[in-house]
Design a binder for this molecule. Structure first.
Ligand code: SAM
Length: 328
């Protein structure tokens, strides 16, 4: 109808979006989901407020809002722990990404990350900023880890990778994606390569059940990378400016045997860059937090071809992350 066309439904919904985020962030920080998961049975607002030492009035409104946005039912209906696995993702959005996005206007004006303004840290070394304390590093690792609970299986099975004997996940962080690889390809060996402090924390705090995954420390920019048949770069290319991506891919190409490959895992933009909204938001996040950007498939193909890789194949999974396979 005419009134529906005139009424700015989408604009209103979108600019109020931060309120919906904050409802989820606040519930997560207060421990609402954890309490409901533990309890096995429905709890009254009074009970939740008492347990979490909050006001009853505030908790009632928060719980009502969670029901309104249809989140509470999702969390309580599934007591298997998948709600818990998103906990780390939500906490990182709440405590680190949200403050950074407060400086989005400056990021767009200046075309660079806002680590200095937000956290008082130099903008040049992004991982020094992201890992500014042990606590922050663990929160970031929690965020990285939780993505693969949702998308990991689709990513590792998007292409049949069983022909690659030795797989190295460069910048593999906690090893969550590597574990999915090891599960899907039990006859391949899977190595996670990352900075020493990350490998240390991964082994201490994110011990994976799968002993098919081994860890190796190093720096993929300043040092050597281990030999492999397949290199995985999950959410690595999007962190860096193009020159650094080309340097890294060239190093991989030079170390890779003929027939070997590289698997990129990223949230890919449409060719015209008009979506998906999630990838567009990730690209803005790279602007405000890192040095990189999200790209459409043709740009990945170009940088892969520039470093010598051929047979570039793209697979969109329909979830947050997509994948590209290329071979030497
Ligand atoms: N691949 C993981 C994933 O998708 O869950 C983590 C992606 S995270 C955005 C980037 C990773 O690259 C981090 O684990 C970080 O520690 C690692 N990294 C950054 N600089 C590195 C370097 N110079 N050498 C090795 N790893 C590095």
């Amino acid at each position: 109808s005419q009134s529906e066309l005139d009424y700015p439904f989408k604009l209103l919904e979108y600019f109020n979006g931060f309120r919906v985020s904050k409802v989820i962030f606040s519930a997560c920080e207060l421990g609402v989901f954890d309490l409901l998961l533990r309890s096995q049975e429905p709890l009254s607002a009074q009970h939740v407020a008492r347990e979490l030492s909050t006001s009853v009035d505030g908790m009632e409104r928060l719980l009502d809002a969670l029901v309104g946005i249809e989140i509470l039912e999702v969390e309580t209906a599934d007591g298997t722990g998948s709600g818990k696995s998103l906990h780390d993702m939500i906490i990182y959005q709440s405590q680190t990404i949200y403050p950074l996005w407060n400086n989005m206007v400056d990021a767009v004006r200046e075309g660079k990350n806002q680590n200095e303004k937000t956290f008082g840290l130099p903008a040049e070394d992004i991982f020094q900023a992201i890992y500014r304390s042990e606590e922050e590093m663990l929160k970031f690792m929690g965020l990285m880890n939780s993505s693969w609970v949702l998308d990991g299986h689709d990513i590792v099975t998007a292409f049949n990778l069983s022909c690659f004997q030795k797989i190295v996940d460069l910048g593999g962080c906690t090893g969550a994606l590597a574990c999915e690889m090891a599960k899907a390809y039990p006859s391949s060996s899977v190595t996670v390569f990352d900075l020493p402090q990350v490998v240390d924390a991964a082994q201490k705090h994110f011990s994976q059940e799968n002993d098919a995954v081994v860890f190796q420390t190093g720096d993929f920019f300043s040092g050597e990378i281990p030999p492999a048949d397949l290199y995985v770069l999950a959410r690595i290319i999007h962190d860096w400016p193009e020159e650094k991506c080309l340097t890294l891919l060239q190093k991989i190409y030079d170390t890779c045997r003929p027939g070997g490959g590289v698997l990129l895992v990223e949230a890919m933009l449409f060719e015209n860059r008009r979506g998906p909204v999630m990838a567009q938001c990730f690209s803005l996040n790279m602007l405000v937090q890192a040095e990189g950007r999200e790209r459409p498939p043709s740009e990945y193909t170009t940088i892969l071809n520039k470093t010598g890789f051929r047979n570039v194949q793209v697979c969109r999974t329909g979830k947050s992350y997509d994948t590209i396979l290329a071979t030497r």
